[in-house]
Design a protein around this ligand. Structure first.
Ligand SMILES: Nc1ncnc2c1ncn2[C@@H]1O[C@H](COP(=O)(O)OP(=O)(O)OP(=O)(O)O)[C@@H](O)[C@H]1O
Ligand SMILES: [Mg+2]
Length: 418
């Protein structure tokens, strides 16, 4: 018999059930080195049942991926970086064996899909961090646990992204009093103040009129910090967690995570806005919101706005929309002040002054007036934040340089008559 924490047997599992919003929709099956997704007839016959993903339209034909990989939508659910390495080792398999890795964490993925060994009843795994306050916690130990190759220690939640993070409950705040599914982002030793940085720019974005998730900086018993971010692909309804569908630009484009730095910003924006239209949402609103996130990223020197850092979700009423902005931070202090945008916008990834945004907006179907309004709103609200950069905690030199960078970019972005 295998213990529940033993995941080495997943190498030998040949078939998995795929659930969409709690309903069995299809199967993922190994066929030698290929992995094949097929819908079950019952799901296909239900005209009200939505496709599992934009790139997996309902049809009887199978979707096939080769070389050990799973179709790109499913690959987009997988962890990355050190946590991927940890799960791979714990499962005694290789990083190319997507199927086994997905099974290890498939009960709780970003969005509303669950991938489980055939016959397993879907259930919510326990969050790895479930304390209601952090004053007795030890984030260093949590970091070690999140990267451990011991199956008993594993976080069985599929959280993409390279930064070390764990599933958590949002700690109750005096303001909201709410506790719900959250992501706890830990400070990596090689990037000092990363979570303070993200917390600061999420706050700033919020004041600039950009939607961001509820978030909160917390300290452990040793004064180490981490950032709680409320999951916007989950809501609590009648006391139960409800999963909401969500996809990032790579998933919607049918590209593997490996392409996240190789697509263009306009490709990502167009694909996501088109998907929003398919999901009965507004193309114009979605496009403008993503341009705002991109312009804000340029303003603060965020060089990591790649194809997995822009997403859309199905809101509780059923309409698709751009998700609140996430992973917003400045990368410049860690990258010798020379970090261009992760994705180019119509051929350019640096020196993105106002005219470039105005032209990009026009090409994406947004009026100059609307783009000007957005930029002006962001720039006006950002003024007071330029002088608050010291709150992040960088030393004087970095603080001064970052303040100057943001001030200069504010000038570059200011709408002018062309
Ligand atoms: N608040 C949230 N609610 C739901 N999903 C989220 C939320 N924040 C992030 N995500 C999803 O989780 C993924 C990882 O989160 P995030 O981008 O913050 O991590 P990261 O490790 O900093 O990423 P990167 O590798 O880009 O640096 C995102 O790509 C997105 O799909
Ligand atoms: Mg990210």
């Amino acid at each position: 018999m295998t213990r529940p924490s033993d995941i080495t047997h997943l190498r030998t599992v040949e078939e998995a059930d795929v659930y969409k919003a709690g309903i069995l929709a299809g199967h993922l099956r190994r066929e030698r080195d290929d992995v094949v997704f097929t819908y079950i007839d019952h799901y296909l016959d239900d005209s009200a049942a939505p496709p599992v993903a934009f790139t997996l339209p309902k049809r009887t034909d199978a979707f096939r991926a080769t070389g050990g990989s799973v179709p790109p939508f499913f690959a987009g659910l997988m962890p990355e970086g050190l946590r991927l390495t940890a799960i791979t080792r714990a499962a005694r398999t290789s990083e190319d064996d997507h199927f086994s890795i997905l099974l290890a964490v498939g009960a709780d993925t970003i969005g509303d899909i669950q991938v489980l060994s055939t016959g397993t009843i879907p259930a919510d795994p326990q969050p790895l961090f479930d304390q209601s306050d952090t004053t007795s916690a030890d984030f260093t130990a949590l970091f070690t646990r999140a990267t451990s190759t011991n199956a008993e220690e594993l976080d069985r939640t599929a959280l993409p992204g390279v930064q070390i993070k764990v599933s958590a409950q949002m700690i109750s705040t005096p303001i909201s009093g709410a506790r719900g599914p959250a992501i706890l982002k830990l400070n990596p030793p090689e990037y000092p103040l990363l979570v303070e940085n993200e917390n600061f720019f999420l706050d700033m974005a919020h004041e600039c009129g950009i939607h961001v998730p509820n978030h909160q900086l917390a300290a452990d018993r040793n004064g180490r910090t981490a950032l709680f971010v409320d999951r916007f692909d989950r809501i609590i309804e009648h006391g139960e967690v409800r999963r909401l569908a969500q996809e990032d630009a790579c998933q919607v484009l049918g590209r593997y995570p490996a392409a996240k730095y190789r697509i263009t910003l306009q490709e990502a924006i167009k694909a996501l806005a088109d998907a929003v239209t398919t999901g009965r949402g507004s193309h114009l609103v979605a496009t403008l919101q993503m341009l705002e996130i991109a312009a804000f990223s340029y303003l603060i020197g965020n060089g990591d706005l790649h194809g997995k850092n822009l997403s859309i979700r199905q809101n509780p009423a059923g309409t698709w929309e751009v998700t609140p902005a996430y992973d917003l931070l400045t990368t410049q202090p860690y990258m010798s002040w020379n970090d261009p945008m992760a994705l180019s916008l119509y051929g350019r990834d640096a020196k993105l002054a106002y005219r470039w945004w105005a032209e990009a907006a026009t090409r994406l179907g947004i009026s100059i007036r609307a783009m000007n309004r957005s930029l002006t709103r962001i720039l006006d609200a950002s003024e007071s934040w330029t002088n608050r950069v010291a709150e992040i905690g960088f030393d004087d030199k970095i603080t001064h340089r970052l303040t100057t960078l943001i001030a200069e970019r504010r000038e570059q972005l200011r709408p002018s008559r062309v």
